[in-house]
Design a protein around this ligand. Sequence first.
Ligand SMILES: Cc1cc2nc3c(=O)[nH]c(=O)nc-3n(C[C@H](O)[C@H](O)[C@H](O)COP(=O)(O)OP(=O)(O)OC[C@H]3O[C@@H](n4cnc5c(N)ncnc54)[C@H](O)[C@@H]3O)c2cc1C
Length: 599
Amino acid sequence: MSTVITHPSVDVCVIGMGCMGGNVSQLVSLAAKGYKVVGLEKGPYWNYQTDWPITKYDEYGIQIMRKNDSPLQQTTVTIRNNVNQFALPIRRNTNGQATSSGYGVGGANQHYGAQFGRYAPWTYAINSNTISKYGQAYLTAANPNDDTLDFPVTYDDYLPYYQAFEAVWGVSGTNQEPNCPSSTFPMPAHPQTAVAAAFQSAAESLGINNWPAPSAIASEPYTNSLGLNINACVYDGWCSCTSYPCETGAKASSATRTVPAAIKGGNFDLRTNSYLFRIDTDSNTGLATQARYYDAMGNVHVQPATTFALATWGFYIHWALAVSGIGTQYNPTTVTGSLGRGIANPTGAPTRTATGTLPIGQNNYTAGNGQGGSYTTYDFADDNFDHSKVSAPYLGGTRIQYGAYPSSPGLIALGAAGSAANVGAAYKASVYHKTQATKQTISAASGGMDLPQTNKYIDLDPHYYDIYGDPLPRMTLDYTINSGNASNDSVRLWTPVVEKMGVTNLTPGPAVTPAGSHFTAWGIHIRGGIRIGASSSTSVMNMYNQVWGTPNVFATGEMTQPNGSSVQTGGTHPAACTSYAAADGILKYLTSPGPLVSE
Ligand SMILES: Cc1cc2nc3c(=O)[nH]c(=O)nc-3n(C[C@H](O)[C@H](O)[C@H](O)COP(=O)(O)OP(=O)(O)OC[C@H]3O[C@@H](n4cnc5c(N)ncnc54)[C@H](O)[C@@H]3O)c2cc1C
């Protein structure tokens, strides 16, 4: 029989210790007022020195057995494409079902791609920007059942957050990115690859803006703005997107960039192996009163607090609010309620590709990750070109990026699914060819943004339960025509660049059929579902990531953003701004309790 343990009340209870939870924890616990903060994390504290050293390289354990991913037997999500389907649960972290979600201090940043880049100002108001420039009819044609929503903030509102986060996280790059006119990333860009040099030269001769792709992998030893010392990347090609953590701590995560500083500050109490299952509320005050969680032994802990910050990522944030009875669940029939409304999956939709060969006159070394070594342009993304002449209407566009180190994604990977295509002689030959001078295969692939629609949402599944007996979150989600139309049109935009690079035998793949294939696994960058906005009728939270109607609950992460971007689908960099907004909101609330924004 489990024991119930009640802890003394604290100022802030942060749940989830990935990037967002780490940011809130350090910002609030290190604030001058000395607020007491408890951090709950369902997984362990991964330590790169003991968990990921070179003597413990374990491709099978990491990539096939997913030993550092969130255990799906504990909780997962069910998925269907429309309301007429029966949603089925994701039960494996491989075989195309799911993509290695975060677990433990550091969250998914332990093994992410570390590709960085800010959103552009356009992204914060795609609804009103599109209507004012192209008209409502264009938006409706590009995105039937449109449910796009402007952020309640502008890029300029978030600019100080971007700058503060970059100094903590340690971004490598230059100040050439057009979205950072007044900032320089704190570390230099990673060494350029030969393929990136070919792209840079082609882009310049065609008058296309270009610059080194920003990365959250340290290009040199760095002391961050919290005084933590960070090791540089050793460029050995071990880490990769989707699977492998970093053995030097160069790949940025909360385990190396924020949580150690919060612990050192003395006001932060980290509790690992602590699984939140409820936030209780007081029906008289409407406020949240306490978090309840299980420890590894099945004991129930009760943590009262003045404020709560949910940073459990994606649908697990929706789930925590929904099982706790916080917010009004979205109903797609009546198009009312905001909790679960407006999800979109900006990655994973099919893309139009083309493949050719580029002689580079030298070998390509395995090197590092995080798009390091590559160059990029946003000239064909967002609204950086005239959309009025496109053959099928769409919003956004695609970023072009060339020359990432061939270890990204995973020179030494066993393959995402561990299938026959990823082991054996043919696979080994393809890996070998990746590094050889005469065999540089260049693939052009470009995916557009998926957009929120009124028939896409998240709710609680009526049939499937987690290990503790609570309903699983359920996603009703599919790809939109926007991404397919954007991908098809992008061919005319990037073909001249690729040809100018000297790529020969360029063979385009078939055009994508917009909405012709279906969402079958959870995406790693889902947006919306618990979005911020200007009205409680369409959003769950205000600009401080403060829940409308339950003002001492805050939530932060990618899914709190109303949409993704066509220049930056890797989510941590722009999503971090939501954690700074939440921390600001919590600090304001602790001084003056109540709603921080009125409708
Ligand atoms: C394969 C992959 C590649 C990616 N590549 C990139 C990239 O190149 N660039 C980029 O910017 N982003 C990338 N991302 C996305 C990036 O990892 C996320 O943006 C980032 O991790 C989000 O941080 P978070 O704190 O919101 O969530 P997470 O990192 O997921 O952290 C959430 C934490 O909450 C904990 N938690 C969940 N539920 C509970 C509970 N009930 N109780 C207690 N704790 C709980 C989890 O264990 C986890 O540690 C990638 C993600 C994946 C999966």
